[in-house]
Design a binder for this molecule. Structure first.
Ligand SMILES: Nc1ncnc2c1ncn2[C@@H]1O[C@H](COP(=O)(O)OP(=O)(O)OP(=O)(O)O)[C@@H](O)[C@H]1O
Length: 222
């Protein structure tokens, strides 16, 4: 049997007084495009942070390709890719600079990072804005760039928080095509969204979260 990309077993997460994730158990198969669907505050971002090794759960068991993020955080960082947040510091960079920086931060040599940045700019149809400052780009362009910035090192698990937020139909089309291609190349994508329509159109698997609990799970027809 192929080992799942991510396994959460009875994961609980509390922030001070708030229980964000309540005894969540789920398994994300390798080569799936797995959607976490739920309204605001459902706990999606918390689950993604836990999957990316950016947050330790209060209790429960987490395995990323069999690795426990609490005992080997560095290994998990190498296996997972996630998008940067749009901070003023990043918005002052050009699209190309952001992608090169994303690559070198993931351990690529400068030359390799520059080549991958060029490939990603092309794949995400970002050629025209490549050397423009990010601050001048609309939300949909940022979303394409943010997804590209999660993958310069070709991580085995791509973790994307709301990659369609503010994206227009053209951006959604490009992002969806690239994510499908990524999965076809043997990788795995875990994304969060509050749009049922987009989740159903894009994903191969769907888990529905509500107030930190799993309320449904489906495999979607191809
Ligand atoms: N850093 C934090 N400190 C305290 N409470 C938090 C923190 N982050 C999230 N929460 C709370 O945890 C719950 C789950 O939040 P989370 O962001 O994981 O949900 P979400 O489904 O991603 O929502 P959104 O779509 O709004 O990001 C919410 O009640 C939220 O207010």
């Amino acid at each position: 049997m192929i080992r799942p990309a991510l396994v959460l077993s009875r994961v609980l997460h509390r922030y001070d007084g708030t229980t964000a994730v309540e005894h969540l158990t789920l398994s994300v198969p390798t080569r799936s495009l797995y959607g976490l669907l739920g309204p605001r505050g459902a706990g999606k971002s918390t689950v993604l942070d836990i999957a990316a090794g950016l947050r330790q759960p209060t209790s429960g068991r987490v395995r990323v390709f069999g690795v426990d993020p609490s005992s080997d955080p560095t290994a998990v960082t190498g296996l997972v890719g996630s998008s940067p947040r749009r901070t003023p510091e990043l918005a002052a960079l050009t699209a190309r600079e952001l992608l090169v920086r994303a690559g070198t931060r993931r351990g690529l040599e400068a030359e390799v990072a520059a080549r991958h940045a060029q490939e990603l700019l092309h794949a995400f149809a970002l050629g025209e804005v490549a050397d423009r400052v990010i601050a001048d780009s609309p939300a949909g362009t940022w979303q394409r760039l943010a997804v590209a910035a999660a993958m310069p090192h070709f991580p085995r698990l791509l973790v994307l928080d709301d990659p369609f937020a503010g994206a227009g139909a053209h951006d959604v089309e490009i992002i969806t095509t690239l994510l499908r291609r990524y999965v076809s190349a043997g990788r795995t994508v875990l994304l969060a969204t509050d749009s049922r329509a987009l989740a159903e159109r894009t994903c191969t698997h769907l888990a529905v979260l509500d107030r930190g609990r799993l309320t449904g799970q489906r495999i979607l027809p191809a």
